[in-house]
Design a protein around this ligand. Sequence first.
Ligand code: NAD
Length: 321
Amino acid sequence: MTKKRILITGAAGFLGSHLCNRFISEGYHVLAMDNLITGQLENIEHLFGKENFEFYNHDVSKFVHVSNDLDYILHFASPASPIDYLKIPIQTLKVGSLGTHNLLGLAKDKQARILVASTSEVYGDPLVSPQDEDYWGNVNPVGPRGVYDEAKRFQEAITMAYHTYHKLDTRIARIFNTYGPKMRLFDGRALPTFVGQALMQEDITIFGNGSQTRSFCYVDDQIEGLFKLLHTDYHLPINIGNPDEMTIEELAKEILHLTNSRSKIVYKNLPVDDPKQRRPSISRAQEILNWEPKVSRKEGLEKTIAYFETLPLEKLINAEK
Ligand code: NAD
């Protein structure tokens, strides 16, 4: 039997690299594409040399060509953390808009099913909690985060338009905060920053008073949800995340405890438009995908901390300074 062929964009990033592993292990032929703007080849270099893996260094905001057939496309290319998209706002807007348009066109040409990575950020700073998929969101289009949030909202709109007008087989995953091995230490998000600071015995910096909430999904659970979504016939957006909500201060304290760190917590000013609460309703995912997260926060954090412990933290921190 010939292997199913899947194109994964953003393949050298955090989620993309885990997706490559999963689809390779499921027996797919994986075409990985990335321009390495925020990703790292080390995340996927263990796959180089495998006969069912190919890598293309390409910017998907430019025309995307693939020889031969494709069965599936996973569009994950996009800067994903505030520190990145504030540095490269135009590229962020382009990959969400032009990049998505290119990949929808490719999916149409190849008659492939396409899943796009949307985000909980489409809900902006939500006025309801938990957020279900029928909530339209509270986004400031001209605020600093607008470049990411609006690119993803456009991505959803154009994906639905291709579904409606071209009958394209589409899927939209609204991904909530996900963590785990292969995250970057300096991606600006609270969880890897706190772990790095705790392991280095440096002060843990909380922005604001720490009462803002987040819910964190372990990467294995996220990948399982995405895998199920790709293989379920459902084209409206689905939240994939962990509803286990906690404050940022609680997260910092838990990390201090699990790392046995002597670090102290310090407080800094909250960035503009930082969402005050984030928690997915996952009823739709439970009903349609028969999916819910399984990995406890303690287990997920322990695995993530163990990964960061293998990194040359001091060298990475000095390089960043
Ligand atoms: P990441 O930064 O680790 O990975 C993104 C990858 O996309 C990088 O390897 C980067 O080099 C690549 N990329 C960016 N622009 C590109 C372009 N124009 N052409 C080719 N490659 C390009 O981020 P991540 O956390 O793995 O996020 C992956 C996707 O999931 C993103 O679309 C993001 O919006 C979405 N998402 C992630 C989270 C999360 O918690 N990690 C939450 C919501 C949504």
